[in-house]
Design a binder for this molecule. Structure first.
Ligand SMILES: [Zn+2]
Ligand SMILES: [Zn+2]
Length: 432
């Protein structure tokens, strides 16, 4: 990380859906803020004498990406990831902010854990927004102190990693959270339907001799949570949506004006259950990879706005949790360093335009979390990602900055890469 007083990002394609900006321009960063954006035809502002000037011909200049669903594993599981290593991976992926899930050890269900995370985040490579637990210890019994955690800096609550099975507790959580103006994020899974399952339930799980997780395990809970959001009138955000029927339910709910938003993860619009065919534990996750039909429905939902956000659900695990029998292996994959190329594939295939891409990865998560960023306004903090949409690379394990390497994309050729990241004007990642 280095701090330069002033940086000129020259001649890139500046894309900012919030300010309706998509043009070739230069962007001046001074004292950590966006000072000016100007085209070749416009009069350049007075440039400071000490200036780092970077030519960005052919590159995209976008608001710093914001990942609203990340597991940083600290405190408690530092052998998988730390706030330092996780945010370093984030910066390498073009992210300037991440929201970290509370299923640490101990669970982030009180102000002291929230404070600890924020203290460690002071020297991190990205902004860190702690998400507190809905219930004490995420045990699903009694509500945690939302007001206390919010005061300490939490931006949302969830029991992510597991569902809130008690519907009354979820109802109270929505009401209590809306009083304290914190967002409720639902990990939608009916664990009585998913229990013991290791992959999507269907022909492939049967032929592999693995117990399945049926798509209804997600949909039953999505339906319940949509009903609760409507009944209470409280905003609900649905995490990692993976099935076709889930998106139909969310689409209908949005049409009827329910206060809901939803996210999916890059693996759900990229891979299918076929990725687990060779018992590859790096393709094991929860919710599991689904069918081709589900994947097509997720892409459709990204196109039509049913899905608001692409979040990675970055879930680092060491070989201790992954190099074991498929049944026993931990769920989840890392995602911070592959989100940009996977999302860009949607753009290249013509599913979404550049504005929509930036909305999904930056502007919408900023708005939903109620945090800064997501735009390139004059005077805004200089949280910026520079993306080379053309660069091709083969993902190599030794290039991954996350402490864990559990990615099903290792060895794959990907296209599109974050080449420079600025967080508050500080260079947190630089390949130029
Ligand atoms: Zn989850
Ligand atoms: Zn998660």
């Amino acid at each position: 990380m280095s701090m330069v007083q002033a940086i000129l990002l020259k001649n890139g394609r500046v894309i900012d859906p919030v300010n309706k900006l998509d043009k070739k321009a230069s962007l001046l960063v001074e004292k950590g803020k966006i000072k000016a954006i100007f085209t070749a035809r416009q009069k350049a502002p007075v440039l400071p004498k000490k200036l780092l000037s970077i030519d960005l011909q052919g590159k995209w200049i976008v608001p710093g990406l914001i990942d609203m669903h990340v597991h940083l594993r600290e405190p408690g599981e530092e052998h998988k990831e730390t706030i330092a290593s996780g945010t370093r991976a984030a910066a390498a992926g073009g992210f300037t902010a991440v929201a970290c899930m509370p299923n640490t050890i101990p669970v982030n269900d009180n102000q002291s854990v929230t404070r600890l995370i924020l203290e460690k985040a002071e020297t991190a490579f990205a902004r860190v927004y702690p998400v507190g637990a809905i219930s004490k210890g995420s045990q699903g019994k009694t509500l945690a102190e939302f007001g206390e955690m919010k005061q300490a800096g939490a931006v949302a609550v969830t029991d992510d990693g597991r569902p809130v099975m008690d519907s009354q507790l979820m109802r109270r959580a929505l009401e209590y959270a809306s009083n304290h103006k914190v967002l409720v994020i639902s990990h939608s899974e009916d664990s009585s339907l998913s229990r013991y399952g290791a992959m999507n339930e269907g022909f492939i799980s049967t032929s592999m001799g693995l117990r399945g997780i049926p798509h209804i395990a997600e949909e039953v809970m999505v339906y319940r949570d949509l009903a609760l959001a409507d009944y209470t009138g409280c905003h609900l955000h649905l995490a990692h949506i993976s099935t076709g029927e889930s998106v139909s339910l969310i689409r209908q709910a949005k049409k009827r004006g329910f206060p809901v938003t939803a996210e999916t993860a890059p693996h759900y619009f990229t891979l299918t259950e076929e990725a687990v065919k060779d018992y590859n534990t790096n393709a094991k996750m929860n919710p599991p990879l689904r069918t081709r039909k589900d994947r097509a429905a997720i892409i459709e939902a990204i196109k039509d706005g049913t899905i608001d956000v692409i979040a990675t659900d970055h879930a680092p695990h060491s070989v201790l949790e992954k190099d074991i029998e498929f049944d026993q292996a931990a769920n989840g994959i890392i995602g911070l360093e592959t989100s940009v190329p996977l999302a860009l594939a949607l753009f290249r295939k013509g599913h979404i335009d550049a504005f929509r891409l930036v909305e999904l990865l930056s502007s919408n998560p900023a708005r939903i979390l109620g945090v800064g960023g997501g735009a390139l306004g004059i005077g805004d903090a200089a949280d910026i990602a520079v993306i080379d949409p053309e660069q091709r690379f083969i993902l190599q394990e030794h290039d991954i900055l996350s402490q864990s390497k559990n990615s099903p994309f290792i060895g794959s050729e990907l296209q599109g890469k974050a080449v420079l990241t600025l967080c508050g004007g500080r260079i947190t990642h630089n390949l130029l």
